[in-house]
Design a protein around this ligand. Structure first.
Ligand code: NDP
Ligand code: MG
Length: 381
């Protein structure tokens, strides 16, 4: 029996994690946390009986507390609540499935408390990868990737020697706008950006997939998870999303992981690691897929990866600027306030204006996030 806490239980990854958990008797839920969705969180509390539930929104947390006053659950709120829920003594694994940099402090709290991390919240590794990996080593905890590509790389490395990685082949679906040119992207709508061909995900990462900023963030995520140099990470566009990523070793043998595009597979792999267990999902049918395609990414049109390689080269606080600028830009795009291509303009301007802080600590990272938001507010009124 493993005790699991989920940060972001009401989202795409969170609900799929609970779906995996609900299929066996092998897990117990200790904590469930969300931003503001009190209705769904109440249903989850009644179904999974956590000791602690957190809503970041204080008013909604008060409403939730009175709605579940018949149950022995403690309802907390705000960042303090998330941090406390992440470090509960009973928990073995914390699933970090919140969206955005809000995940940094709870993830650090979980590591300090000695919890293994099933990591979906890539923004945390992108901005604080140097701190998170150092802390995980100090506290002897494992960072188990949930992101499908990184889970595939992780699975491909089992039984191998990490130092013998020659190259990581990081696959990308290409998103809904694959094949389009800059001119075509001028008028794309929010609705169009929210249509990923293969994956059903939360809105922020779906827009990130359309802009390929997601793939850029994943390059940085891979750099930290697998201690790979940026030039060892090659993005390969693979529209069928069947090969979830691969590793090329020094003898040029390539080992990859294939499967249906279903996030419950990497989620379950992280929860049970190092074991593999049965999972009832639609299996891959290669005769139906028939053909797999691989293409080089169009990095002039989809600028996300170029920003990531540039941020890695600059190092220090620059990946935080990329991530924070993107978080704010995507929020503005989803709110209908900017056009799709302006996401790139905002990121480019923020990165150009930033003076790198080398080896930033947590406070530097949070200050950099804040400054980036201010810069955008003043510049794009
Ligand atoms: P969703 O938008 O579907 O869900 C986000 C979750 O975070 C919700 O539970 C939301 O709660 C919660 N949340 C938002 N703000 C706060 C806050 N301030 N405090 C506490 N909780 C908060 O996102 P996804 O599930 O798609 O993505 C989650 C993370 O996983 C992201 O980092 C994403 O990049 C990564 N990821 C996702 C994949 C996917 O298939 N979805 C694949 C690979 C990685 P509420 O519902 O109340 O707003
Ligand atoms: Mg991914």
């Amino acid at each position: 029996m493993k005790n699991i806490a989920i940060l972001g239980s009401t989202g795409s990854i969170g609900t799929q994690t609970l779906d995996v958990i609900s299929r066996t008797e092998d897990f117990k839920v200790t904590a469930l946390c969300a931003g503001s969705n009190a209705g769904l969180l109440e249903k989850q509390i009644r179904r999974f009986h956590p000791q602690v539930a957190v809503l970041y929104d204080k008013e909604r947390a008060r409403q939730l507390a009175s709605a579940v006053s018949d149950l022995p659950v403690r309802v907390l709120s705000g960042m303090d609540g998330l941090v406390e829920a992440a470090g509960l003594p009973e928990t073995d694994v914390v699933v970090t499935a919140v969206v955005g940099m809000i995940g940094i402090r709870p993830t650090m709290a979980a590591i300090k408390a000695g919890k293994d991390i099933a990591l979906a919240n890539k923004e945390t590794l992108v901005t604080a990868g140097h701190l998170i990996t150092r802390m995980a080593a100090e506290h002897g905890v494992r960072i188990l990737p949930v992101d499908s590509e990184h889970s595939a790389i992780f699975q491909s490395l089992q039984g191998q020697h990490y130092r013998k990685i020659h190259k990581i082949l990081l696959t990308a679906s290409g998103g809904p706008f694959r094949g389009m040119k800059r001119k075509d992207l001028e008028k794309v709508t929010v609705k169009e950006a929210l249509q990923n061909p293969n994956w059903d995900m939360g809105p922020k990462i779906t827009v990130d997939s359309a802009s390929m900023v997601n793939k850029g963030l994943e390059v940085i995520e891979a750099r930290w998870l697998f201690d790979a140099a940026p030039e060892q990470i090659q993005i390969v566009v693979h529209p069928e999303s069947v090969l979830h990523s691969a590793v090329e070793f020094e003898d040029h043998a390539v080992i990859g992981q294939m499967g249906p595009p279903d996030m419950r597979i990497p989620i379950q792999y992280a929860l049970y690691y190092p074991q593999r267990y049965p999972l009832d999902v639609q299996p891959l049918d290669l005769f139906q897929t028939a053909q797999l395609h691989f293409e080089a990414p169009d990095l002039d049109t989809f600028r996300g990866p170029a920003f990531a390689y540039e941020a890695l080269r600059a190092g220090g606080s620059m990946p935080t600027v990329l991530n924070a600028a993107n978080e704010k830009a995507v929020a503005l795009f989803l709110a209908g306030k900017i056009r799709f291509l302006e996401i790139y303009d905002i990121i480019a301007e923020c990165m150009a204006a930033h003076t790198v802080i080398p080896d930033p600590d947590l406070q530097d990272i949070l200050n950099t996030e804040e400054k980036t938001y201010h810069f955008i507010q003043n510049r794009w009124k």
